[in-house]
Structure formats: structure tokens, C-alpha cells
Design a protein around this ligand. Sequence first.
Ligand code: NAD
Ligand code: MG
Ligand code: MG
Ligand code: MG
Ligand code: MG
Ligand code: MG
Length: 340
Amino acid sequence: MAELFYDDDADLSVIQQKKVAVIGYGSQGHAHSLNLRDSGVDVTVGLREGSASRAKAEDQGLKVASVADAVRDADVVVILAPDQVQRLVYADEIAPNLKEGAALVFGHGFNIRFGYIKPEADHDVFMVAPKGPGHLVRREYADGRGVPVLVAVEQDASGKAWETALSYAKAIGGLRAAGIKTTFTEETETDLFGEQSVLCGGASQLVQYGFETLTEAGYQPEIAYFEVLHELKLIVDLMVEGGLAKQRWSISDTAEYGDYVSGPRVIDPHVKENMKAVLADIQNGKFAERFIADQDAGAPEFKELRAKGEQHPIEETGRELRKMFAWIKPSDTDYVEGSA
Ligand code: NAD
Ligand code: MG
Ligand code: MG
Ligand code: MG
Ligand code: MG
Ligand code: MG
């Protein structure tokens, strides 16, 4: 059984006695910063010159400084810049200014697992990785709840890294739900696998194929959209509440029988072989290398794939349909349709 941590397992005062610098004010950065601040922690957001996030962070009442200045002052430095730039920010602005004995915190293990960042031995290195998007990490905290977090310690120079990590996890609201003990390797490999095979890659491809199959057979795109995309959320909500069993309990017997006989025809054993190949490329570092090489070249492959995704007919159908859903309230104000 995995080791779990809750609010009672952590002492909030540990992190309240430290100066924390959060580098980056994107999805996770804004959530960590605001939750820490509201938990009584001394936070400074470290941003690049000319960062578009500066005004946003200041509007929320946070202290903002350059990355170098924020780091110079900090006992705890939280690296929440995008994974592909972390090693550059670390080498240029973090490492040269890091206080002796300051702790380094990550929200995902990518740069440590694949060796892009190699902290000196005198620093605690730990991870508090919320298992949900940043905007939910903030919203849940503000509503008195929390998003579960994975907690790992890579380097325990002070002998107190766990104490600090759990205190930090408590301050961002994670231990109101649960903290789960893991390692940087396990978190990185499973996170990449989950998002590539099931949550993002697998689900997106499944939805697109379903939409294509129905529209190519002559059915209306709006009907296809509802069947293969919109209703997915309702099904997933039931899975989260009570597993596959609750989902199957709630649907009709017709749907449940179809689940058993047709599910394995669509997602056949071949798909599992493909998943194993995807996992192998994560474990052997091929995926990381390909991602970083493309990013370093200005992300030509990434941009081309993003543009291609946006042009899929399901997106046009969805944009038009969602205008009629007065009851779908945007969950955050940053995202603008068609601007990804
Ligand atoms: P993001 O792309 O939303 O935001 C990154 C922010 O970093 C930008 O808004 C900007 O403020 C800043 N930034 C960009 N370039 C910079 C530079 N050169 N120097 C300094 N700051 C810079 O990033 P994110 O999705 O929040 O991801 C941050 C970390 O959290 C990653 O390690 C990611 O894997 C992890 N994570 C993200 C999520 C999520 O919900 N998006 C969930 C779990 C873990
Ligand atoms: Mg994930
Ligand atoms: Mg991820
Ligand atoms: Mg149906
Ligand atoms: Mg039923
Ligand atoms: Mg993004």
C-alpha cells in the first residue's frame, strides 16, 4: 500500500518560517504562489524581464522580482517554468544565485529524472506535484479543498527535506485531499505515460477517430460531437466517483453490454503493445530527447502538430456548438478559444 500523508502529518510552520521564490507564473506557478500566500507563507514570484505574467501576479497582490533577485533571497526555490526551459533558467539564473543550503522544489520530475538539472549536493531537492491542472489547484484551495499531490525527495542534504516537503504540500492545500509518497523516477515516467497514452494522447485520438467514423458515415457532426466528446465528461465523472463499476451501473444495460463486447474490439491487445512501446521510449529517454531537441530548434514539430490538431473538423463543430451552451461557464479567464 502506498504511503499517504494528510494535513495532520505536516507542520505548516516549517514553510511559514522560510522565504519562498516561485519561478514562473503559469498554470502551476500562479496556483502555488497564491495558495502559499494565503497559507501565510512569504512568497516572491520570480519572472523574466518583460514577462506577460508580471502584471497578473502584481494584480493578485504578490511580490514580483527578477528570477535572480527572487532566488538570491530565498530558502526555497520552486521551479515552475515550462519543463523545456527549466534547465536554461536553472543554469543562467538559479544556480549562480542559489543560497547555500537552499531547497529546490519541482512540480514534475522531468529535468531531474533525465539529468537536465544536476543540483549540487548541499541542496534539498524535493517534488510536490499536484495531480491536476493548476487552475483546479487554485480553485479547490479557495473552496477549502485540495487537489491530491505526489511528494518525493530526491536529495535530503539537511536531513529535513521530508518535513519541508510535507509542510509545502500542506500549504498549497494538497494534504487536504492526500499526499502520496513516490520518487522522481516513478512520478516522471508514470506522468508522461498517463498523459501520452490515456489522458491526453489516447483520449484525443479516440475522440477524433470516433468523430471521423460517424461523420464519414454521413451522420451530422453536431450529433457526433455530443456522442464522442461532450458525453465523455459525464462518463469520466462517474468513473472518478466509483470506478468503472459505477459508470457501468449508471449506464443502460444496452450500453453496458456494448461496453463489454465492443470495447475490446476497438481497443484491442495491439493497443497495449503500442502502450508498452510508448512506455519504453519514456524510460529509455527517447521521448525526452525528441521533445527537448524540437524545443531547442524553436519547436517546429510541436507547432506543426498543434496547428494540425486545431484544424480537425471536430474543433469547428465544437466552437459553434459551445456558443449555444450558456450553462458552460469558463472555469478560468486565461484560456481564449482558438488561441492555444
Ligand atoms: P506554463 O507553461 O503554464 O507556465 C510557465 C510559466 O513560466 C510562464 O507562464 C512564465 O511565467 C514562466 N516562464 C516561461 N519561460 C520562462 C523563463 N525563460 N524564465 C522564467 N520564467 C519563465 O507551465 P506549467 O504547465 O504550469 O508547468 C510548470 C511545471 O509544472 C512543469 O514542470 C509541469 O510539468 C508541471 N506540472 C504542470 C501541470 C499543469 O497543470 N499544467 C500539472 C502538474 C505538473
Ligand atoms: Mg500528469
Ligand atoms: Mg505532465
Ligand atoms: Mg449515448
Ligand atoms: Mg446499468
Ligand atoms: Mg500549455
